[in-house]
Design a protein around this ligand. Structure first.
Ligand SMILES: Nc1nc2c(c(=O)[nH]1)N[C@H]1C(S)=C(S)[C@@H](COP(=O)(O)OP(=O)(O)OC[C@H]3O[C@@H](n4cnc5c(=O)[nH]c(N)nc54)[C@H](O)[C@@H]3O)O[C@H]1N2
Ligand SMILES: Nc1nc2c(c(=O)[nH]1)N[C@H]1C(S)=C(S)[C@@H](COP(=O)(O)OP(=O)(O)OC[C@H]3O[C@@H](n4cnc5c(=O)[nH]c(N)nc54)[C@H](O)[C@@H]3O)O[C@H]1N2
Ligand code: SF4
Ligand SMILES: [Mo]
Length: 682
């Protein structure tokens, strides 16, 4: 007799939408995966990428067995071995490295392949094991840390408004965010606002598909958002539209900030941002007049040298306008700050015998090539593809090629990073393991029940680390917690937002909204800073040697006209990939039409380039091959090429061969949109 059941799950990918899904399982085989129609944010739809999830999971190139390298590093030649052999070799090598160099010579390198709280980034799966071994800590700062830190300096918690409340906004600024590509479920709420008469503005150097659907598009020069934010607030104050009562009761440092705002006249703002002065004034006046105004910014703004400060400047806007009083007003960046899960109890930093150094994910090349005391001798890569995703690709390759480096990669697919592994461990996909997820663009916790058994010999992250702990002879009980015990621990913080949320309930209902008031007006009565006030003047910024009053920090390279490279390059999210996930899916690759570089018609003419022509995009750090797309979607002097292509499938390199390994002003954030390049016909 055939049996069919629907199993509830959660998309694990690094996407704000955190979808809930159902997997139809027929006779033990997953036959269909679709968006959960009952989930208020997913509303029954997934996306162009994850609609192919099951096809992807069954792909021929899926890694199913542990493997040992037989070729040279980078070559990607392996032999199949058993789990016993793999774990023995890892245990022996790690022990030897710890004996000779100390635990800190191990770098557990964790990416955003899965955001799950059990298996993934949510609580740095495996951290407890690494703490017992005294390994270096890993700072997962590649994605949003600069912006989070900047917003936190102002607001205390960057959680912001409930994105669903954009339906109630009268003015929506989509600021450095390509909603229809990088988190399209929000669009339904924006459409609700649109139908009710809201005005929608896209602020993006590129006329994206989101900008096409907005009522208005402003294309500032890359990296100039702080100036634009300060200029808009200047006009709000000039109009006398600042909320004096809110400023008086819920902010501090206003007088100094007002002096700074006075400097950002429309003329100066226009000169810095490259926008027409009348457009700046018109938007400033609209902002002054329209309550509630919502600012939706995701990660685009902060991938610049002054990105942290720019997000801090954006965070000041709703405090000046008093928008936090109104449903549908305020700033939304990432809702992560509203999820008070007890990750500390899972990570167990108290198991460390002594403090250890923290290595920034964004500085892998430096970590592998330049660090001593101790040098990195073991790199254990989980759910990351740094060769393709991290800055300064060529130096990363050089680092990974070190013969004295022991590299383990836990993966689902044979990525460029896998090619450098000494040992490869086969990893489960989301519908094959247990996890607890959220979405950083909504307020729900989603449960993920395994729907089918893992294929081949794939193991989940937690099971891999439990087995490794056993092989290492470790006795700490925390290393042997089951996935369910981890889920219970995560929900164990006594915080109001988690009241009534249990594993049992999540399993039964599939998803649960945080126990927050509805409507949720997080900062109507003040801010979660030490003083309860929004800080226009930040001691934290001062302590880091930065301007305590937020100002404009120019980009590192993007606007450096003295550079020998004529174009500022932006490397945004690709519509068909999720970072590098799906970069090997044949149909999604076909739709991406290969690596492309968008070039303005004037620039193409000056360079003598034709549409569809193949070029090398390069600077002193390296280069990659792409097809020219001539379009006025980019401004003259700015080119754009999406992230996510696999180097080994697209000529040996991708955009990150040109990206500098340089820090943003805060949290060592990466500068993906702040590099200059040239184009040469090939
Ligand atoms: N389809 C798809 N969805 C994704 C991803 C993906 O790879 N593909 N990635 C996921 C991940 S990991 C993340 S972090 C998010 C990222 O998604 P987003 O937060 O949307 O980040 P980006 O695509 O880097 O940049 C967003 C927009 O900012 C613009 N931008 C660049 N520089 C500036 C600037 O100086 N000022 C302004 N105002 N705008 C600027 C870019 O042109 C781009 O259109 O999306 C997630 N969703
Ligand atoms: N040029 C440029 N580069 C960028 C960006 C940009 O805007 N421009 N954006 C950056 C951003 S926002 C991010 S978040 C980073 C992401 O960079 P990474 O964290 O390196 O993420 P991915 O490249 O998606 O690689 C994730 C890998 O994890 C694997 N994986 C997925 N799930 C699991 C699992 O459950 N277990 C295991 N073991 N593996 C799993 C996938 O197969 C995939 O190969 O990229 C950054 N890179
Ligand atoms: S990638 Fe984003 S939009 Fe697509 S299914 Fe996952 S959470 Fe939903
Ligand atoms: Mo990200």
């Amino acid at each position: 007799m055939s049996s069919e059941l629907n199993v509830i799950g959660a998309c694990p990918l690094d996407c704000p939408d955190g979808c809930s899904w159902t997997v139809t399982v027929k006779d033990g085989v997953a036959t269909r995966l679709r968006g959960n129609p009952d989930h208020p944010y997913t509303r029954g739809a997934l996306c162009v990428k994850v609609n192919r999830w099951l096809e992807h999971a069954a792909a021929e190139d899926r890694i199913l067995y542990p493997m040992r390298r037989v070729g040279a590093k980078g070559e990607g030649r392996f032999e199949r071995i058993t789990w016993d052999e793999a774990l023995d070799e890892i245990a022996v090598r790690l022990r030897a490295i710890i004996d000779e160099h100390g635990g800190e010579a191990i770098w557990p390198y964790f990416g955003t392949g899965t955001l799950g709280f059990i298996q993934g980034e949510g609580s740095y799966a495996g951290r407890a094991l690494w703490n017992v071994l005294g390994a270096s800590h890993h700072d997962l700062n590649i994605c949003s840390a600069a912006g989070n830190t900047g917003i936190r300096q102002a607001m205390g918690n960057p959680g912001g408004l409930d994105p669903q409340d954009l339906a109630h906004s009268r003015l929506i600024l989509l600021w450095g965010t390509n909603t229809l590509t990088s988190g399209h479920h929000l669009w339904k709420f924006i459409q609700d606002a649109d139908r009710a008469g809201a005005h929608i503005v896209a602020i993006d150097p590129i006329r994206t598909r989101t900008a096409d659907r907005a009522h208005e598009h402003l294309a500032p020069l890359p990296g100039t958002d702080a100036a634009l934010a300060l200029g808009l607030m200047h006009i709000v104050v000039r109009q006398g539209a600042h909320d004096r009562e809110f400023i008086e009761n819920h902010t501090e440092g206003w007088d100094r900030f007002a002096e700074r705002l006075a400097e950002f006249t429309p003329a100066r703002t226009a000169a810095i941002t490259g926008l027409p002065e009348e457009r700046v004034v018109a938007l400033g006046e609209r902002l002054a007049e329209t309550r509630p105004t919502a600012i939706r910014a995701t990660m685009g703004v902060q991938r610049h040298a002054g990105g942290g400060a720019a997000m801090r400047a954006l965070a000041c806007i709703p405090a000046v306008t008093g928008d936090w009083r109104h449903r549908g007003g305020g700033l939304s960046y990432s809702t992560s700050g509203h999820f008070p899960l007890n990750t500390g109890a899972v990570m167990r930093d108290d198991l460390l015998e002594r403090p250890v150094r923290t290595l920034a994910m964004t500085r892998l090349a430096e970590g592998l090539l330049d660090l001593s005391d101790p040098p990195v001798k073991a790199l254990i890569v989980t759910a990351a593809n740094p060769v393709a995703s991290t800055s300064d690709q060529n130096r990363i390759r050089a680092g990974l090629s070190r013969e004295d480096l022991f590299t383990v990669v836990m993966e689902q697919f044979p990525t460029d990073t896998v090619d450098y592994a000494d040992i490869v461990l086969p990893a489960t996909m989301q519908h094959e393991h247990t996890d607890l997820n959220n979405g950083y663009g909504h307020l729900y916790l989603n449960w993920n029940e395994p729907a089918v058994p893992p294929p081949g010999e794939c193991l989940s992250t937690t099971e891999t680390f439990r087995r490794l702990a056993r092989r290492l002879g470790l006795t700490e009980p925390a290393l042997y917690r089951t996935d369910e015990e981890i889920a219970e621990l995560l929900l164990s913080s006594r915080h109001r937002a988690l009241e009534g949320i249990t594993v049992e309930r999540l399993r039964k209902e599939g998803f649960v909204r945080l126990s927050l008031p509805e409507p949720f007006l997080p900062y109507a009565e003040g801010f979660p800073t030490d003083t309860g006030r929004l800080k226009f003047v930040s001691e934290d910024a001062a302590a880091r040697g930065l301007d305590p009053v937020v100002g404009y920090t120019p980009p590192a390279e993007a606007l450096d006209t003295a550079s020998p490279y004529p174009f500022a390059m932006i490397t945004p999210a690709s519509h068909t990939f999720l970072n590098t996930v799906f970069g090997n899916n044949p149909e999604l690759r076909r739709r991406a039409k290969g690596p492309r570089v968008m070039v303005h018609p004037d620039d193409a003419a000056a360079k003598g380039l034709a549409d569809g022509q193949r070029v090398r995009v390069f600077n002193a750090r390296g280069g990659f091959e792409a097809e020219v797309e001539i379009t006025d979607r980019v401004r003259p002097g700015v080119v754009a090429s999406p992230k996510g292509h696999w180097p080994k499938l697209t000529g040996g390199a991708n955009v990150n061969a040109t990206v500098d390994e340089r820090d943003a002003d805060l949290a060592r954030g990466p500068l993906y949109h702040d590099n200059r390049v040239d184009l040469a016909a090939i």
